[in-house]
Unconditional design. Structure first.
Length: 439
């Protein structure tokens, strides 16, 4: 309840203030959300995290990120962007350039977090990350709503105040508060995973470089800026398997990750000037909303246009999203599932490397396991059976998925050993002749 009603309200207030002060921020959020979905990262990077990153790039240059225990953090943003394109490029630059393993991302557009509290945030971050920088949330984003005592706030008091205390008391309070976890990320506490964040950072870097090249060269069309919102054939083959969704479930093919249609129809196609103006005013976003509002063609009722039958409307019917949630809940220990929520024509799957290590036999974890054929090590007698996993995935998605293409089936590779290269026939003849000469 606290996360939904208290922190949710504070998050909405923070984002609303940024969008009111910077009119282009809302369009940047929408474009960033579309970019995340087009690269099949839907539901893996929370929408609130995207909004906070966009709010970060619109933070004024007067904000100082200081910490007494560490040097100043180099800022990615010098001044707020004034256009949507500049804001989107800054978003890609922040996602790909920020050192998520070593530094937290503090988002505070209204300067509610004091320097003392920033010290607590960095101390807590160092405690959570550990010396090997492997622990804690992969994306560590802190906003004023991530204070653990947020439900006890009174009036304008946003975070803990350190006024009236000596330097030693402040240091002791900082150590105690860091141990008590006063500051902790709530939006990105569970998502995204490290593999998802690393993939998103790499894609953001490629998209930023591609868009920068397109702006300098003036390249347009499918090989221009549209390519930054699509998955290439090489990128698709990098997955372990692809689940092709039946086309009848796709309501908006214009948002597809493989063959998106982002062009705006020109006035030359229309004979009437009024129709030309209407077509020009209807962009890809409005067309996408209209298609999703209409729903799948097979479920559209045949009736007069002036009649609206509410009883025939299917609210919140999202079979592909429900399937992805089911696959992630059942097989999250074996694979990671990617999809595009706007046009889920493909569900991509990537095997987890840790899922194919030989394990000791136990009746509790015997599901989807088979005996290790050879190369046993100590008590590691079983290994994951990919055939059973793929068969179960195919059965769960039989009503929605029309085809499954496997690129990496993980066939028996129980314990790879070093294979010595075979000697050639000439080498064998030479060795035999040398042996005979010695005799």
């Amino acid at each position: 309840l606290i996360d939904r009603h208290v922190r949710g309200a504070m998050h909405h207030s923070l984002i609303h203030a940024v969008h009111t002060r910077h009119p282009s921020a809302s369009s940047v959020v929408r474009l960033a959300h579309r970019w995340v979905a087009s690269h099949m990262l839907s539901d893996m990077i929370p929408q609130e995290a995207v909004e906070l990153m966009v709010a970060k790039i619109y933070t004024t240059a007067t904000e100082e990120e200081e910490n007494s225990n560490s040097p100043k953090i180099s800022r990615v943003v010098d001044r707020p962007p004034s256009t949507v394109v500049a804001g989107f490029l800054k978003f890609l630059q922040l996602l790909s350039g920020h050192d998520w393993a070593r530094e937290p991302l503090v988002v505070d557009p209204q300067n509610h977090i004091s320097s003392y509290d920033r010290g607590l945030i960095h101390a807590q971050f160092n405690n959570v990350r550990g010396p090997e920088l492997r622990n804690g949330p992969a994306m560590y984003i802190i906003s004023p709503a991530d204070y653990d005592g947020v439900e006890a706030m009174v009036g304008s008091k946003v975070v803990g105040d350190s006024t009236g205390s000596t330097a030693q008391q402040q240091a002791a309070m900082a150590a105690n508060n860091a141990a008590e976890k006063i500051w902790s990320p709530t939006v990105t506490a569970k998502f995204p995973e490290k593999v998802v964040l690393s993939r998103a950072s790499a894609l953001a870097k490629c998209s930023h470089n591609h868009l920068t090249t397109c702006i300098r060269s003036g390249k347009v069309g499918n090989n221009g800026w549209v390519a930054a919102f699509q998955e290439s054939s090489t990128s698709l083959t990098s997955y372990s398997a692809l689940l092709r969704v039946d086309p009848s479930y796709i309501t908006d093919s214009g948002c597809s990750s493989t063959n998106a249609e982002c062009s705006i129809p020109g006035a030359a196609r229309s004979n009437n000037q009024d129709n030309a103006v209407e077509e020009l005013s209807c962009g890809p976003f409005e067309k996408s909303l209209q298609k999703r509002y209409a729903g799948p063609k097979e479920l559209r009722k045949k009736h007069y246009k002036n009649l609206v039958l509410e009883k025939d409307t299917l609210h919140e019917w999202q079979p592909v999203s429900a399937l992805v949630k089911e696959l992630r809940s059942k097989y999250k220990d074996y694979a990671v599932f990617f999809y595009n929520e706007f046009a889920p024509d493909v569900i991509a799957m990537l095997w987890r490397p840790d899922a194919f290590k030989p394990q000791p036999f136990s009746a509790v974890v015997s599901e989807f396991k088979r005996p290790a054929m050879e190369y046993w090590k100590e008590d590691n007698l079983v290994i994951t059976n990919t055939d059973d996993v793929m068969a179960e995935i195919g059965y769960c998605s039989k009503n929605i998925v029309s085809n499954i293409k496997v690129f990496d089936d993980r066939k028996p590779d129980d314990a790879p050993i070093e294979k010595h290269p075979k000697k050639s026939r000439q080498e064998d003849d030479v060795s035999e002749s040398s042996d005979s000469d010695e005799e």
